[in-house]
Design a protein. Structure first.
Length: 184
C-alpha cells in the first residue's frame, strides 16, 4: 500500500453507523460553550486586574517597597492568567471544534492557529509554572514573621511549585522523545 493511500473499507457503512459517526463528529460543538465561558471569564480577570491596579495606584505614596512589589506581582499574575486563557481558548477551539477564519484580521498573531495539542500542553504547563512561581514569590515577599503554620504553608507551596516544574520538564522530554521516535 502507498504511504498516503487510505485503506479501503471492507463494507459500506450502514445508515446507523453513518448517523452515529456524524453525531460523534458533531458533538465537538458541545465544547464551544466552554470556550465562550472562558472568553467571558477574561472579563472577570480584567475586573480583578483593574481593582488590583486601582488599589495599587491609590496606595502608591503610602505603600512600602514590599507592598508595591506584591501589587505589581499580582498584576503580572493576572496578566499571565488572561494570556493563558487566550491560549487555551484559541488553541482549544481550533484543535477540537473548528478552524477560525482569520483572513479578514490584519493583526492576527502568527501563533494563533498553529499551536497543536502537544504545544498547547507545553504552553499551558509553562504558564502554570510561571503563575505558581509568582504566587510563591508573593508568599515569600508577604512574610513578616515566620510561624510554624506559615512555615508549613510555604513548604507545601514550594513542593507544589516543584511538582509543576518537574511535570513540565517531563512533559517536554516525553514530547521531544515522541517527536524523535515519530520522525524515524
Amino acid at each position: 500500500m502507498v504511504e498516503n493511500e487510505k485503506p479501503a473499507r471492507t463494507a459500506p457503512a450502514t445508515k446507523a453507523e453513518q448517523f452515529l459517526e456524524n453525531a460523534i463528529f458533531a458533538s465537538r460543538w458541545l465544547l464551544a460553550p466552554f470556550y465562550l465561558g472562558l472568553a467571558l471569564s477574561i472579563v472577570v480577570v480584567l475586573f480583578t486586574f483593574m481593582a488590583e491596579f486601582f488599589h495599587l495606584a491609590t496606595h502608591a505614596f503610602t505603600a512600602t517597597e514590599s507592598d508595591v512589589i506584591l501589587g505589581v506581582l499580582a498584576l503580572v499574575d493576572l496578566a499571565l492568567m488572561g494570556s493563558l486563557l487566550i491560549i487555551v481558548i484559541f488553541s482549544g477551539y481550533e484543535n477540537f471544534v473548528s478552524k477560525i477564519d482569520h483572513s479578514g484580521h490584519r493583526d492576527w498573531p502568527e501563533w494563533m492557529g498553529t499551536i497543536d495539542f502537544s504545544a498547547l500542553k507545553l504552553k499551558l504547563l509553562s504558564s502554570i509554572v510561571a503563575i505558581s512561581a509568582i504566587h510563591l514569590l508573593k508568599s515569600f515577599m508577604a512574610l513578616k514573621t515566620i510561624t510554624p503554620e506559615m512555615e508549613k504553608s510555604l513548604f507545601w507551596l514550594v513542593i507544589i511549585h516543584l511538582v509543576f516544574v518537574v511535570s513540565s520538564v517531563l512533559l517536554a522530554l516525553s514530547d521531544r522523545i515522541a517527536g524523535k521516535h515519530g520522525a524515524k
